[in-house]
Design a protein around this ligand. Structure first.
Ligand SMILES: *Cc1c(COP(=O)(O)O)cnc(C)c1O
Length: 369
């Protein structure tokens, strides 16, 4: 062992920590010697309804063809997305999850000597994608845990090629409105690609949140990324998409793996996108669960960061490591967010009513212990 292969990694990679996912149910079940069915996982912002039956049927119909490569151009899904989003298929990039889209942007537009601007407490994949290609991450302090768009604008310099903004953001749930986005886009230099990450946009109710698609025509430097992992309930399949000007999509398609989205993901995404009933139900469950969690927190004297997504970052006013351990012992998995600079918060994904109740009951027990 004469070589230090950590030290040999490029400097940006050396500074990264591996992404910490939500603890898998089976892992906790093994540790506690518990029945996996009795464990509640509210840790990864997954859709608690389970997959749409239409998506399942679409996957079954594809099974016999699994020896074949998938359609590398994703014709059917791109056509459907283009039609519904009011763009052309040349404006669509398909990704192995929307994380893939973020990585394609970094690979195509960032390099050593260049930088990406994003907010503190923003999605963990932004620093990974940026530093993995040797570019600098310019992290802008947040205001009340939300993006400070004017400060992000001020952080842009001659070497900035990309700005990542999430609306709503994960893990905070914070959001910005139409005026703020409009002002931001109007002022960003046109040579800076703005990646508007709308992973939770389907949960947005009312008209407070901007719809990124409304800004595409006027802003050639805008890319909107969306996913089938959250409201569409297909996290395991890994499928997301980017909508942008055709020239940006052209560039991203040059660097993506030829078959980055598999045939089951393509088929299921088409079916899920058409299952409007499933989406409506997902939103209903989310709205009700959000109220249930907030009411429970209020009863326990806890505050939280207001959220427009499918999770709530609860503020315990003290380090949450022990509380998290207590919840795990009760068979409840939530997400510690110390790695996001939020040691006093736990992020709880909204589940089915009974799952939310189990969490609140476990939390009461842990806090009173
Ligand atoms: C969950 C999430 C995504 C989606 O990731 P996928 O790769 O599509 O599963 C993207 N951005 C944010 C902010 C998220 O929270």
């Amino acid at each position: 062992m004469s070589c230090d292969f950590i030290a040999l990694a490029q400097p940006g990679v050396q500074k990264l920590s591996p992404y910490v996912p939500g603890k898998p149910v089976d892992e906790l079940a093994r540790e506690l010697n518990m029945d996996p069915a009795s464990i509640v996982k509210l840790a990864s912002n997954e859709n608690p309804l389970g997959p749409s039956p239409k998506a399942l049927a679409a996957i079954r119909a594809e099974l016999d063809e699994l020896t074949r490569y998938p359609d590398g151009n994703g014709f059917a899904l791109k056509t459907l997305l283009a039609e519904r989003c009011g763009v052309t298929t040349a404006q669509v990039t398909l990704g192995n999850g929307s994380n893939d889209i973020l990585e394609l942007v970094a690979r195509a537009y960032l390099a050593p000597g260049l930088n990406a601007v994003f907010s503190a407490h923003a999605f963990a994949v932004y620093p990974i994608a940026t530093q993995a290609v040797g570019a600098q991450a310019k992290v802008v302090p947040a205001v009340n845990f939300g993006h400070d768009l004017p400060a992000m604008l001020a952080a842009i310099d001659a070497n900035t090629r990309v700005v990542f903004i999430a609306n709503p953001n994960n893990p905070t749930g914070t959001w910005f409105g139409k005026q703020a986005l409009g002002d931001f886009l109007a002022a960003v230099p046109e040579s800076v690609l703005v990646v508007l990450d709308e992973a939770y946009i389907e949960y947005a109710d009312g008209d407070e949140l901007p719809d990124g698609l409304d800004y595409l025509a006027a802003h050639p430097n805008l890319l909107v990324s969306r996913t089938f992992s959250k409201a569409y309930g297909l996290a395991s399949l890994r499928v997301g998409y980017g909508l942008s000007r055709p020239d940006v999509a052209d560039v991203l398609n040059r660097v993506r793996q030829p078959f980055n989205v598999n045939s089951f993901a393509l088929a299921a995404a088409c079916a899920a996108f058409d299952d409007t009933e499933y989406l409506a139900r997902s939103r209903e469950i989310n709205t009700a669960g959000m109220l249930q969690l907030q009411e429970g927190c209020r009863e326990l004297g806890l505050s939280w960061i207001p959220s427009k997504a499918n999770f709530l970052a609860i503020d315990f006013g003290r380090d949450t490591a022990a509380i998290n351990q207590g919840l795990l012992r009760e068979g409840v998995i939530v997400r510690p967010v110390a790695g996001y600079g939020m040691p006093n918060h736990l992020r709880v994904s909204i589940g089915l009513p009974a799952e939310n109740a189990r969490f609140l009951e476990a939390l009461r027990k842990v806090l009173n212990a």
